[in-house]
Design a protein around this ligand. Sequence first.
Ligand code: UT7
Length: 323
Amino acid sequence: MTLRAVVRGVGHYLPARVVENAEFEKSLDTSDEWIRSRSGIERRHFVTEDDTTSSMATAAAQAALKDAGLGPDDLDAIILATSTADLTFPSAATMVQAQLGMTGGFAFDVQAVCAGFVYALSNANALIVSGQAKRVLVIGAETFSKIMDWTDRGTCVLFGDGAGALVLEAQEGAGTAADRGILATDLNSDGRHRDLLYVDGGVSTGTSGYLRMQGNQVFRHAVEKLAATAETAMERAGVTSDDVDWIVPHQANIRIIQGTAKKMGVEMDRVIVTVQDHGNTSAASIPLAMSVGRANGQIKDGDLLVTEAIGGGLAWGAVVLRW
Ligand code: UT7
């Protein structure tokens, strides 16, 4: 028997304010046509004063717990992937713990920018297969609108806010690729590329700073590294791209999503795409896409998923899981 981290519930939250591409035409030298054709993005959600990263994470967590038929004290741990925690500390995860009314266990943030949810899933898997936790709530939540330079058309049209969450539970499997749950993970980073995507503020500057990105340079790394990490994770899981029901990619750019799927030999009708409606929500994009894919009937029990992401660091990785 092999312990597996199996998905028991999923949920998401999007702030109510929706901003269409055309809104940016009023203040920037840009167009709906440019944003759509270069990124695939049509609209995104932005927080108003009612929402923070931790409040959105809590709402997504409550939806996932409801889907799982569990309460907060059924959890052993919370891992929250975010680069936009409400405060420098405490972790946004402990704020979620309090907001959920969870009185035991432990909670911490994972910071790997757009790859954060893949890193968080991998950490949750390690806690579960090592017997340290039976149920782990894994959340991705971001408020990237708070770190946008609204005069920089190369970045501010691309990002959005939101949160998604999964409840993972220890279940016994046979140790084969037919098991439900996380079958394999692959994580990578290369800090030599830190200048390609970073925030120019933090403790050292006394400001929270703005996101800076050399988009076309990140793009050059993305397809190659995403396809490679997905292949590594699939090989570890003992599956091939023919076995894959859904790629659930990080939703940064439709051209990256298409290029990666093509390199993996998977047709676009087996890829969950939400970038048109959410923009790039960094660590929230994968659980948001999983939740939407589940809600609209695309992802079914027993489906084999490959999820992959890359972002600042550079940090990237992939997870193979059977729903
Ligand atoms: O999630 C974390 C990881 N991040 C990513 O994966 C993002 C990866 N990168 C991308 O998605 C794409 O590189 C972008 C969507 C950011 C940009 O697309 P691109 O095809 O790489 O365009 P580019 O940066 O090479 O810029 C092409 C042109 C430039 O003008 P010139 O120099 O050719 O005259 C830009 O100034 O497009 C211009 N441009 C814009 N024009 C209208 C840049 N932003 C805009 C804009 N509207 N918003």
